[in-house]
Design a protein around this ligand. Structure first.
Ligand SMILES: CC(C)(COP(=O)(O)OP(=O)(O)OC[C@H]1O[C@@H](n2cnc3c(N)ncnc32)[C@H](O)[C@@H]1OP(=O)(O)O)[C@@H](O)C(=O)NCCC(=O)NCCS
Length: 185
């Protein structure tokens, strides 16, 4: 298994997985191409035996306080073996490196697996968008992660210093929830 930055050459493989993973609300190829090319984006892919089995993307405008997990997907055959968490962690590490304070995402209310992953990393529900996912008519749950708290917890577990976060700087309690979740996950 290897993880690397996504390139424009990955577009077709990403779109194959996108359409399989999100049959009713997949992004268009044009949208995905734009995301991959955006200077504010950070997209990674995971491969097994030279085959793309997952991808994930973050939107973090340089200098901005907030970032969004845009998408994360592992192919059905490769799920349940830690790859989703590894991709999410890679996105969060990049957000730390960009000086982000809070990470937001949206997740379908009928997707308990993804919700469990996010909650286990410290994301908390801060709002709902009724009937956000169409045509399925499913609500979006908006989640927020206090990134400096996440980095501090991680450093504690690994026994080292949190990258980019001074211990005295890291908040001990969760940040004030923001009503502006914007991710498209
Ligand atoms: C959500 C997704 C990316 C998780 O990837 P994954 O590689 O299967 O997940 P991991 O093996 O890293 O597991 C991470 C956590 O997810 C949760 N999880 C994974 N599989 C689960 C299952 N079958 N049931 C319940 N929770 C599950 C658990 O909290 C797990 O942590 P644990 O192993 O410590 O219990 C993957 O299921 C997926 O691609 N789903 C379809 C696309 C999608 O829904 N994307 C998210 C859009 S917001």
């Amino acid at each position: 298994m290897s993880t690397r930055a996504a390139t424009a050459a990955d577009l077709d493989a990403i779109m194959d997985l996108e359409r399989t993973s999100f049959p009713t609300d997949a992004w268009s190829a044009a949208m995905m191409r734009e995301e991959l090319a955006s200077p504010h984006g950070f997209y990674v892919v995971v491969e097994e035996a030279g085959r793309l089995v997952g991808y994930a993307g973050l939107r973090a405008v340089r200098g901005a306080r907030d970032a969004d997990v845009q998408t994360i997907t592992i192919s059905a055959a490769a799920r349940g073996r830690g790859r989703g968490r590894a991709l999410l962690t890679t996105l969060l590490d990049e957000a730390v490196a960009r000086g982000v304070h809070d990470v937001f995402l949206e997740v379908r209310a009928d997707n308990p697996v993804a919700q469990a992953l996010y909650v286990s990393e410290g994301f908390a529900e801060v709002g709902r968008r009724p009937r956000y996912y169409q045509p399925d008519d499913v609500d979006a749950i908006v989640m927020q992660l206090d990134l400096r708290g996440w980095a501090a917890r991680r450093a504690e577990v690994s026994g080292g210093a949190a990258p980019g976060v001074a211990a005295s700087d890291a908040p001990s309690a969760s940040a004030t929830p923001s009503p502006t979740g914007k991710g498209w996950c």
